[in-house]
Each structure stands twice: as C-alpha cells, then as structure tokens.
Design a binder for this molecule. Structure first.
Ligand SMILES: O=C(CO)COP(=O)(O)O
Length: 214
C-alpha cells in the first residue's frame, strides 16, 4: 500500500511531518509520500521523503501569473502531483492538460474523483493513479472503507474497466491502521489522507499506526 499524506493548508509543521514520514517509511518499508503546500515542497523534499505537489496548472512556461508550473514543482523536488482534488476541482480539459504538464515534467500523477463514475472518466485520461474520495466523508471521523465500502469496490471496478494499469487509491476519514487494511481488502492499492496525520497531536505515532498492519 502507498500512503500519500496531503497536508492541504493545515497549520502543521510540514518538515516535522516529512521527517516522521521519511523515518516511518524507512522503518516499515511502506511507501509514504507527503504533499505539502507548493511553497513548502523544497523544504519537505530536502528531508528525503517522497514529495508530491497538491496541484499543477494546465499551462506550460509563459505568461501565466499565479500558476503552479509543473516544471517548477519538479525543480523544487516533487516527484508526483495530485490533480482535481475535491477541494480544487478542475474542468475535464484542464485535468487533461495538467496531466500533460505533469508528464512533461516527469511527475507521477494521481487524479481524484468524488465517486466511481468520475473515477472511470478520469482513468480514461491516462494518469498513473486515481483516488476516490467522497466529499461528505473528507475530514470526518469515519473512514470511507467503513462508511461506504461499495464506493471503493466500484471505483476499483470503474478504473479497471477503462485501464487496468491505473492504480486506485481511496481516502476520506482514514486515520488508523485498521482503516488502511480495510481499504486494502476492498482492492485499493493506496490511501490518500490528510487530517489523520496533519491534525494529529503526534503525527509520527499516527503514521506508525497507519502502517502497523502492512
Ligand atoms: O481529502 C483528503 C485527502 O486528500 C482526505 O482528507 P481526510 O483524511 O482529512 O479525510
């Protein structure tokens, strides 16, 4: 299982979380990445943890003030990027162009969708992975793998029907190792989570618990 920790715009110390994720990944052998604010990518990547952007813009180099250029996040040390997060939704054409931008910059990609139908649609655009995250469960206490297991199974089926090479992750409300194992049993190959680590009193302990059963 891949554990991708989205720090969103939470007021945590990104370097502290990054160092904890790096150490837990090394100790456990589980792949863990951290996705901080764009302005923190360089500091997070310098810890040695696998680092992802939260978004890249659909544009190339040029007159695009305020954009998040894929090449710039790659230069800062990002190895991958989220796209179309539920809190940063894109038009289909922009997802497609952002995927092109990420590919140009050598970034791995994970496109989010709210439900299995969206997962099937974005899987058709050829990302490396997709992540199903029901918006109503994001930031809550109940894991998607417990509250809505069918959505994970259906997302795995929807992506597989389009392109079997696309990995399917799930997220929303995931905070414990049991939640991770439940998602794995449903067919997900990764977890996208945020508050369970970014808002934890002890992010290192939270990360250790997430990987404990893997
Ligand atoms: O949106 C999410 C990860 O991108 C999920 O957030 P939570 O883990 O806080 O529910």
């Amino acid at each position: 299982m891949f554990i991708l920790v989205n720090l969103k715009a939470y007021p945590c110390d990104p370097v502290e979380v990054a160092e904890a994720a790096r150490d837990v990944a090394e100790e456990s052998g589980v792949r863990i990445a951290v996705s901080p604010q764009a302005a923190h990518i360089e500091r997070v990547a310098e810890t040695g943890v696998e680092t992802w952007a939260q978004h890249v813009s659909p544009n190339d180099h040029g007159s695009y003030t305020g954009s998040t250029l894929a090449e710039a996040v790659a230069d800062a040390g990002a190895e991958g990027t989220l796209l179309n997060h539920s809190e940063n939704r894109l038009k289909l054409a922009d997802i497609d162009a952002s995927l092109d931008a990420a590919e140009r910059a050598g970034l791995e990609t994970c496109v989010c969708g709210n439900n299995p139908e969206q997962i099937g649609a974005v899987a058709a655009l050829g990302p490396d992975s997709v992540a199903v995250e029901p918006p109503e469960l994001i930031g809550g206490d109940v894991s998607v793998s417990t509250a809505d297991p069918d959505i994970v199974v259906d997302a795995v089926d929807a992506a597989g029907a389009v392109d079997e090479s696309v990995d399917v992750y799930c997220g929303a409300g995931v905070s414990t190792g049991d939640d991770v194992l439940a998602a794995q049993d449903l067919g997900a190959t990764g977890i996208l989570l945020a508050s369970g680590v970014a808002k934890a009193a002890d992010p290192r302990a939270a990360l250790k618990d997430l990987v404990a059963g893997l």
